[in-house]
Design a protein around this ligand. Structure first.
Ligand code: M6R
Length: 367
């Protein structure tokens, strides 16, 4: 049942290239120039009339939603707010019929997410669900559904569901852009062509699992570490940190790199591992200067960088791992993979139950 892998999590990490292909299949026009989402009942007129988007989810699905915010804002130029579902309905969010609420849930059964969906509908908003389970409560109650085709996810730590949610956000962001006329056909075709390469690029990363294993074993000896990044890299840092905590029980925090000196820098001392994501070239110099700040306090820095930048980064970090080149918006679909492997191998090195971490359930059906 684990297909020759020791754990479901490792199997699911390795299933990601297939999950990407399956989630994209049939949703891109034959000429590769537009997105087709025949499953949507919402009309183009309705999508042209919305004036804001709320993305609501829990845990890892929320982290996918944070990437989704950047994707929708940059492609469709619509203001997007993200909320964890357990907070959303208690802060009296401003939901109008012109709000599109997107709920994200692998299982489609998370109680808080379902309650947020109901609240959004009660306020007259249309709800789009991104879920992995056909016929789940979230899928049944939402107005529109985009199913991620990751296949069943068994490990408590979500991996292929997260990355498939990213693919769903790219597709929907492009669909919104083409419907609202915020991107040209050529721009859309350019992003779609880059998406087409993602599965192969993930395969390239997976082929380097042994390298990540070595890094993970070193990290597993620490009890405290940090993930830093800017922009979309920060969203991935949050996901990397959650994954590590969840299955290795090592304490970690994710920080927007520029926020470090507003408090957290006090915790950096000799030998503390810092994992820095450096995939956004327009923010590159800024993040490098944050790396210098932690290095000056003795941190041991692992940089996740774009291929071609290794030489430059090697001077500022202790170790680096390169991901294949893609468009800046698409990097999370690659940069999260070494972080998933890192958590897996750290948990393994510590002898924990990788697939069933203590205190956690795969699907949280109580509020
Ligand atoms: O099934 P859902 O996507 O609604 O689940 C949401 C979270 O409970 C889930 O992503 C959780 O954070 C994972 N265990 C993370 O790996």
């Amino acid at each position: 049942e684990k297909g020759g892998y020791d754990h479901f999590m490792l199997k699911e990490i390795h299933e990601q290239p297939k999950a990407y292909r399956d989630t994209m299949r049939g949703r891109i026009s034959e000429d590769g120039r537009s997105v087709v989402l025949p499953e949507l009942k919402v009309t183009p007129e309705h999508l042209r009339g919305i004036n804001r988007v709320h993305i609501v989810a829990c845990g890892t699905a929320m982290h996918a939603g944070m990437v989704g915010k950047t994707v929708i804002e940059s492609l469709a130029r619509l203001p997007v707010e993200t909320d964890v579902a357990s907070e959303y309905r208690y802060r009296s969010p401003i939901i109008t019929p012109e709000t599109l609420v997107i709920v994200v849930s692998q299982s489609g059964e998370t109680a808080d997410t379902l309650a947020a969906l109901r609240e959004a509908k009660r306020c007259g908003a249309r709800v789009l669900a991104i879920t992995n389970v056909v016929g789940s409560s979230v899928a049944r109650e939402a107005d529109d559904v985009i199913i991620t085709l990751a296949g069943p996810e068994i490990a408590v730590a979500s991996t292929k569901a997260y990355t498939s949610q990213l693919i769903a956000f790219y597709l929907f962001g492009l669909y919104l852009a083409q419907t609202r006329g915020t991107k040209s056909e050529a721009d859309i075709a350019h992003v779609l062509a880059a998406m087409d390469s993602l599965p192969e690029q993930v395969e390239k990363i997976l082929a380097q699992a042994e390298t990540v294993k070595g890094i993970a074993e070193a990290i597993s000896k620490h009890s405290n570490l940090f993930f830093i990044g800017r922009g979309i890299d920060y969203a991935v840092a949050l996901e990397g940190s959650l994954k590590l905590k969840e299955i290795s029980y090592i304490h970690s925090e994710a920080y927007a790199a520029g926020e470090l000196k507003h408090g957290t820098l006090a915790l950096i001392e000799e030998g503390v591992p810092v994992i820095a994501l450096l995939t956004q070239e327009d923010l590159y110099e800024k993040t490098l200067s944050n790396i210098k700040e932690v290095k000056a306090r003795g941190a041991d820095v692992l940089g996740i960088v774009n291929e071609g930048h290794e030489a430059e980064v090697a001077k500022s970090v202790d170790t680096h791992f390169a991901i294949p080149r893609t468009l800046p918006l698409l990097t999370p679909a690659l940069s999260v993979v070494p972080l998933q492997l890192l958590s897996y191998y750290a948990s393994l090195a510590l002898g924990h139950d990788v697939d069933k971490p203590r205190n956690l359930a795969k699907s949280v059906t109580v509020e």
